[in-house]
Write a protein that binds this ligand. Sequence first.
Ligand SMILES: Nc1nc2c(ncn2[C@@H]2O[C@H](COP(=O)(O)OP(=O)(O)OP(=O)(O)O)[C@@H](O)[C@H]2O)c(=O)[nH]1
Ligand SMILES: [Ca+2]
Length: 492
Amino acid sequence: MKEKNPWPTPVTIIIIVIGVIAIVALVTVAVLQNKPVPQKYKYGIVLDAGSSHTALYIYHWPAEKDNNTGRVEQTHSCKVKGKGISSYASEPWKAGESLKECMGEAEETVPKERAHETPLYLGATAGMRLLDIVNSSASKNVFQAVENALRNSPFSYQGARILSGQEEGAFGWVTVNYLDDRLKQGLKTTGALDLGGASTQISFISDDFDGSESPINSVNFRLYGNDYNLYTHSFLCYGKDQALKMVVANHTQSGATTVLDPCFHSGYNETKNYSVLYDSPCVSGRKPQEVPEKFDHIGKGNFQECQEVVKSVFNFTSCKYSRCSFNGVFQPLLQGPFGAFSAYYFVMNFLNLTDTSMPLETVKEKLSQYCATSWDKIKIQHPTVNVKYLAEYCFSGTYILTLLTEGYDFTAVTYSNIKFIKKIKGSDAGWTLGYMLNLTNMIPAEAPDSPPLPHAGYVSIVTVMTILLIGLLLLLALRIFWPRCSKKTQIV
Ligand SMILES: Nc1nc2c(ncn2[C@@H]2O[C@H](COP(=O)(O)OP(=O)(O)OP(=O)(O)O)[C@@H](O)[C@H]2O)c(=O)[nH]1
Ligand SMILES: [Ca+2]
């Protein structure tokens, strides 16, 4: 009897070798395909020329995505030194000069080969709106100086302009909801509350609002296949710096040389110029006939009284619509949640009051205690904080609570729908991102067709299935060839 051959036939060996090579090749392809490759980006730059200061934001997004549909993120920001561009009305060239340092940072951030295709925008807000009202030629000169500085940059300069209040509010809302991925997924949206130095914006979607009652407050969007009818309003002069001017102007209508102010801490005493107080169109109408050159601004530190004088800058007497916020401006029923950013965040964060699950009464008590603290003690407690900001937090906190509750009608219950935010997923909340997304058409009106599986999922499933198939083929081959070989050995 011939001994059984323990070795497989050459055909089986060939099948096994091919099978092993196929598996190794598949796994290698799957691993290599999913290995993170160094990302190539496209860039966009927006300068936010606000009333109090200018900030530069650089955004980037994956270069290889079709139609620029990749996620846009903030990659760098730069705070321009000095005040806002509207403060350079009498020496416009300085407005252009002030941007140079941040533009230099932009040149370092954006790769040289991308610079010429990187759009650069400048949008000015309430400070320039006010300057345009009082002195439109000065406003033109400031823009001219700014344009000259930006045209000389290596970027693709797309222009500088004043945004309307409606645009400012609407683009802030787009930014917040884009960063939260609410637009792409068609989720319920978040309202946006922006408090600047010279204006403040409120924007939200309400079932109560179809735009018919007050078309000037209505903005329509079609984004990713969903229609949005947004309510938005910008209150010029109700940013926190102009509101403070209005409140102090109410105290000084008699042209007094001493002003006792409940919104400043007791012990605070500064001599101020009447001309500086009345230099803005927000207060010029309140200017008394005869004023001395200066007045002593003396703190009293009383939250209740501060709230009363703050209330005096809101007009609740007339409303020609079904409902109003203040100053006769239409506002539909509030519908949350809301994200509150810029000065809302700076102030409430400093005061440790960003936790809105805290009852509104507790928030008021804490602020009341803070306002009652003496100026000397406050300075000792916060030695590193800019003294100008420090002196104003009692006023600013009181203004924010009054604006939200009396102005917009947030209640003790709906107050908890507000979240004080600075950044969302690493990008600052503000109008700039929404502005760029709109001008570069980066939010499609219709939802893009996307494959049902993500790429990694697709590769993994194909790999596993192929390995299974090869395994089955091998088993089949063994079943066909082994028994025949063994039968042969038994018979012979
Ligand atoms: N405490 C604090 N206040 C700040 C800071 N940055 C800005 N502010 C103040 O907060 C207020 C609003 O600032 P922004 O949101 O930058 O206002 P803006 O864009 O210049 O003004 P608008 O043109 O009205 O939007 C101003 O009174 C600023 O002086 C900060 O880092 N900390
Ligand atoms: Ca602003």
